[in-house]
Design a protein around this ligand. Sequence first.
Ligand SMILES: *Cc1c(COP(=O)(O)O)cnc(C)c1O
Length: 369
Amino acid sequence: MNIPFVDLRTQYEALKSEIQLRINNVLEHGQYIMGPEVAELEDRLCTYTGARHCITVSSGTDALLISLMALGVGRDDEVITTPFTFAATAEVIVLLGAKPVFVDIDPLTCNIDAAKVEGAITSRTKAIMPVSLYGQPSDMDEINAIAARHGNIPVIEDAAQSFGADYKGRKSCNLSTVGCTSFFPSKPLGCYGDGGAIFTSDDAFAQACREIRVHGQSQRYWHTRVGLGGRMDTLQCAIVLAKLERFEWEVEQRIEAGARYNRAMDELGVKRVQQKADRTSMFAQYTILVEDREQVQASLKQQGIPTAVHYPVPLNEQPVYRCYGSSSDTPISHSVARQVMSLPMSADVGSVFEPVMSGLRTALSMSRE
Ligand SMILES: *Cc1c(COP(=O)(O)O)cnc(C)c1O
């Protein structure tokens, strides 16, 4: 059996005619840049998240970059974030000449520890950027309250993994000043290339993002700010529109798979990232913690079961970002990064759940011997 880490093939088979119809429409009308599918997708996603504005952009990374640019983050500013995330989160801060300030994570959820955020605020703090890792938002109420107490510091949710998740009756991407998501193919809502989106209910901020997305133009060939080429292709928007047809069903399937995994891990006594199997997580990844990870991964690989590590090295231990702090400031990130291991997960993982679990039992019994 060939077990994929993320099963996009089954999804494609199920949506084939819808996807092809949508692609054909774009090829027929020929508006490859900023065609009608762009506004259609932005409208649909506004309705879905409840945010007043959605600005589609070229990737999740560019969503974060454009958001920071629109907030005017620049040289010597500080942005508070987590070291236990994908590199893009800190990369965009450094690209603008600002300094990432790394705050340690909560060992149960692996999200930024809201209780440690306030202590990291200085007069230079320009934004707080929590990451909804593995599809589950951080303690956003607490983070928003801290930001409000300190002169309304903007809060940017890196929701690249959490589109579709709920937090206290609201949708991820609409939980703070700004939410940024990614349509990278393996994310919960993916396209067939690169894409992303910025969500906000702040009119002026949304307008700034729209201008930055097209080289800082407020009107055609009238450049009022520094921007970039950050549009999402019409074709990629068309593909996300087609995928929305199945998205709610997929959300249910992910939660169902999360519930099965949670039960199986608790029975086996395997440590797992704490994610409730309800709408509060999208289960972008299903992640467990194991002591002898290399051995367990090797055994699973031998049995044809792919695994991944999100993420093996915290950002403040990476050669390029070490200068922004020390791993001794974030001991939980340091230790968790050595244990996390993600198992196959996608809306269509149900059909391979049994072989994955049986492989894991074998791998664990071997490593415990
Ligand atoms: C995927 C991801 C990004 C970047 O998104 P791209 O669309 O790949 O640029 C940023 N942050 C996190 C947490 C991610 O998982």
